[in-house]
Design a protein around this ligand. Structure first.
Ligand code: GLY
Length: 360
């Protein structure tokens, strides 16, 4: 399987997500033809790779390519970091026909997308995710943003990219932990949309997370396909897109309780077991389907339990979560595998009972 795969995201301005190997030369082709200045936003760990990308982009077109190195992870999603990028763009006389490239994990593509969305009220962005999480989630779908002292992603814009280039060769530099944690979002796609992903993991969990296997590539492509379909139909999360929050309501509360030292995927893993138990106790999901969550996540080495005594704190955080509508808590639950739906304002005793199944 060496050919690239192209998945198109529908919408007012459709764009392609290309998955393949050795495809960084496509970044230059994806830039707007008139872009004379390009800002490549990258974390320190990708400094050498970003310099190579700059050389490639300079050689393949008449353009000035600037590098903006930003701090890793959530430290990069601060307004000061966005201001640094705006300063670089201002000093280089960036115009509305110029472009930004987000080259890194989810935090980098979120920040790069936000900078692109805000510079001169919006310039093109090409996203080049370098992590599993970035490829299947963060870089696809146009959610961009930064954090504030009050919480994560409170400031941002829906700003779809011009293209997303997923070069699987970039995943070789990730640790096993990083890759497997990112895979939690792939498992989510299996539970809410494409059960084939679950079958592939059960058939060979080692191959499923090995970036050189056909199973891994199939899982990644299915997860991207799912996200492309959902955001193609509902960019602004007016309805369908909410299903992507499966496992995230409790997951975000766990990340908050852990002061973001847990990986997002690990927290979502526990959150999915909770959501499955909530679905089961609400009489929607079978015992076997709920158990399948634990089995698959454990096969991958992802966590499925959390501190039993943390419930009150987690509940309070969930109640403050920005995704709560009005004052009502909303959870994505399953009527069956592949059939997500919204459960609004469940009884607190039901939530507590579901948490008992997760608490250790
Ligand atoms: N990561 C969830 C979304 O893109 O809506």
């Amino acid at each position: 399987m060496s050919q690239s795969t192209v998945i198109t995201v529908a919408g007012d301005e459709p764009y392609d997500i290309t998955v393949g190997r050795g495809i960084l030369p496509l970044v230059g082709e994806a830039l707007p033809p008139g872009a004379r200045r390009v800002l490549v936003v990258h974390p320190p760990t990708l400094a050498a790779a970003a310099a190579d990308l700059r050389e490639q982009l300079t050689a393949s077109g008449d353009r000035q390519v600037l590098l903006a190195e930003i701090p890793d992870a959530e430290q990069g999603k601060r307004v000061e970091v966005a201001a640094f990028c705006w300063q670089v763009m201002g000093q280089a006389d960036f115009t509305r026909t110029d472009a930004v490239v987000g080259f890194g994990g989810g935090a980098v593509t979120d920040l790069a997308g936000f900078v692109a969305a805000t510079w001169l009220r919006g310039v093109a962005v090409v996203q080049v995710p370098t992590t599993v999480l970035g490829m299947v989630d963060a870089a696809v779908g146009g959610k961009t943003g930064i954090n504030t002292a009050e919480g994560k992603n409170l400031v941002g814009a829906f700003w779809p990219p011009r293209a997303v280039i997923c070069d699987l060769d970039l995943l070789d530099s990730l640790t096993d932990n990083e890759r497997v944690a990112g895979f939690a979002e792939v498992v989510k796609a299996g539970f809410i949309w494409y059960p084939e992903i679950l079958d592939l993991i059960e058939a060979d969990p080692v191959a499923a997370v090995d970036p050189h296997s056909d199973a891994f590539r199939r899982c990644i492509e299915l997860a991207i396909e799912m996200k492309a379909r959902v955001v193609g139909e509902d960019l602004r999360e007016a309805g369908l897109r909410e299903v992507l929050n499966y496992g995230h309501t409790l997951g975000h509360a766990i990340e908050h309780a852990e002061r973001y030292r847990w990986r997002h995927g690990a927290a979502v893993s526990v959150g999915m077991v909770f959501a499955a138990e909530l679905s089961r106790l609400a009489g929607r999901l079978s015992d076997a389907a709920a158990q399948r969550h634990r089995d698959i996540l454990e096969l991958l080495g992802l966590p499925t339990t959390y501190r039993a005594g943390a419930w009150n704190q987690l509940l309070a955080t969930m109640q403050r979560d920005k995704k709560t509508r009005g004052s009502m808590l909303r959870f994505i639950v399953l009527d069956d595998i592949g059939k997500p739906t919204v459960l609004q304002a469940p009884d607190e005793s039901l939530l507590f009972a579901a948490y008992q199944e997760v608490g250790e």
